[in-house]
Each structure stands twice: as C-alpha cells, then as structure tokens.
Design a binder for this molecule. Sequence first.
Ligand code: NAP
Length: 281
Amino acid sequence: MTAQRIDGKQLAAQLRADIKSEITTHLKKGVRAPGLAVILIGHDLASQLYVKNKRLACEEVGIHSFVFNLSADITEKELLDLIHDLNQRADIDGILVQLPLPSHITTQAVIETIDPQKDVDGFHPYNLGRLAQFQPTLRPCTPYGIMMLLGTLDLTLKGKRAVVVGASNIVGKPMALELLMAKCTVTLCHSATLNLQEEIEKADILVAALGHPHVIRSEWIKPGAVVIDVGMNRIDGVLKGDIAYETAAQRAAWITPVPGGVGPMTVAMLLKNTLSAWRRG
Ligand code: NAP
C-alpha cells in the first residue's frame, strides 16, 4: 500500500482565499477590517519565524495585524497590563501571545488574562471547557485544522479508534476532545504510557504530537490507518515530523507530510478564528 498524501498546504490556501473573499465583501461596505494582536517576547528564532508567517497570512487575507515585539526582560505585570489594554480595544478582535514565554512569566496567567472572546488560539480554560462540553467556541488551531483535513477524506470518523500521542494543553488534549466529539473511541498517550506500540497498533487514526522523531516506528502503524503528523523537529536544519514519512506511507492509507501538512492548517485556523471573533464583535 502507498498512502495518499493529505495536502494541508492546498487546503489552507483554499481557506485563506475564502476568508479573503468574505473580508473583502465586508470592507467594500465600509466595515472595519478584522484586527489581530500578536505579542512576541524575546528573540527566539523559531518564534520569530512563526510570527512572521502569521503576519504575512493576515496581510494576504485583509486582517490588520498589530505585532508587539517585546523585550525578554519585560515583567509579567507589564505584559498582563498590555493584554488588559488590548482586551479593551475595539479595533482588535484577536490576541495571540506567541509561546513559549520566558521562564519568569507564568504562561497560565497570560492565557487566562486574554478575553476568551479574543482568544483566537483557543487556549483559555473557557474555550477549552466549551470544547470539552462539545459546545466549541474558539477552538485550538492545530486540532481544529486537523479536523478540517480529516473532513476532506472519504472516511467516516464515527466509531473509529483514534490514538493521539502527546497530551499537551495546546495540541494533544484538545485533539482528543475533537476526535471524541466526532464520535471516535479515543486513547490519549503521553510519556508515561506503558506500551505505546500496543496502543498505536490499534489506531485507525493516529495523531503523532510528541515532538520526538524516533519514538513511533512505522511498523507499528495499522495497515490502512490515517496518519497525522503534527511534530516539528529541526534536524540538521531540516524540518522533520514525528513519523518517518516514506516507510509509514507504505502502511497507511492517508498521511500528512511535514512540511506541508498540519503546519499551514494551523495558521489558516488562526485566521478563521480571528474572522469568527470579528463577526461577533
Ligand atoms: P509538548 O508540550 O512538549 O508536549 C509533548 C507531549 O508529548 C507531552 O504530552 C508528552 O508527555 C508527550 N511525549 C513526549 N515524549 C513522549 C514519548 N516518548 N512517548 C509518548 N509521549 C511522549 O509539545 P506540543 O506543544 O504539544 O507539540 C508537540 C509537537 O508538535 C512539537 O514537535 C511541536 O513543534 C509540534 N507542533 C506543531 C504544530 C503545527 O502547526 N504543525 C503546532 C503545535 C505544535 P507528558 O505529558 O507525559 O510530558
């Protein structure tokens, strides 16, 4: 078997075109453009690149981006004060704080200070809670994008066994909730899972989001499975996923590449969430 490639780049481009078209129609009627505030702290190169990509994507579709480049020694209070100000601003619909944050700043305090209605990353406990209750509002971008990708396949999710490897608040846990909401039977694995191979062998849908390229072995993949690779590992300057694409593609029915799979969808869903927040505002 050679798997079909799930093309996230193409679907993301289509979504951006749809978003651009909707915004353009409203702008012609004199409505103000959606606004997204992006806060970047310090000089982490990967974070700078992510923020640049988000800014360019905003420009492409007509979202006004306000990028705040803050010094790494900003205090937590100064950052929270800025978020309070942005929460009040009528020209800003979405607020995103690029993670990770410097160690002197409490990530949870930052996430919880963002107005849940402007939380376009979908990380606020209110938005995660709504997802847990299957009443989603702003949904975490990466799992939401993966659900859109799965929706393009000729596949019924209901009743499928889904295994998510990685249980972070921003990817693994909301991914498990999304799949549960789609009526999959979900197993969520993490670093203390006792027999990862045994779990993965049962997966009709495998989502790898652990951030390590050599843990999951291609021969564990159930023949005919859908494999979604969230991992982004930079090895000798080359971006690699958590799954060995070539060998995994010999067993899977569908598989996402890295790059060009989940990554572009994450950015597209950020735009989609900003659009939703703007429509409500
Ligand atoms: P994270 O916060 O470091 O979480 C990693 C998760 O994987 C944790 O739950 C951890 O378990 C688990 N894990 C680590 N080693 C494991 C092992 N050997 N076996 C089983 N589980 C293991 O990472 P994250 O933020 O969720 O990101 C995960 C990966 O996705 C990273 O490569 C990141 O760069 C990538 N990512 C990609 C996108 C995209 O748009 N493509 C978006 C976000 C993240 P514990 O909970 O027990 O520690």
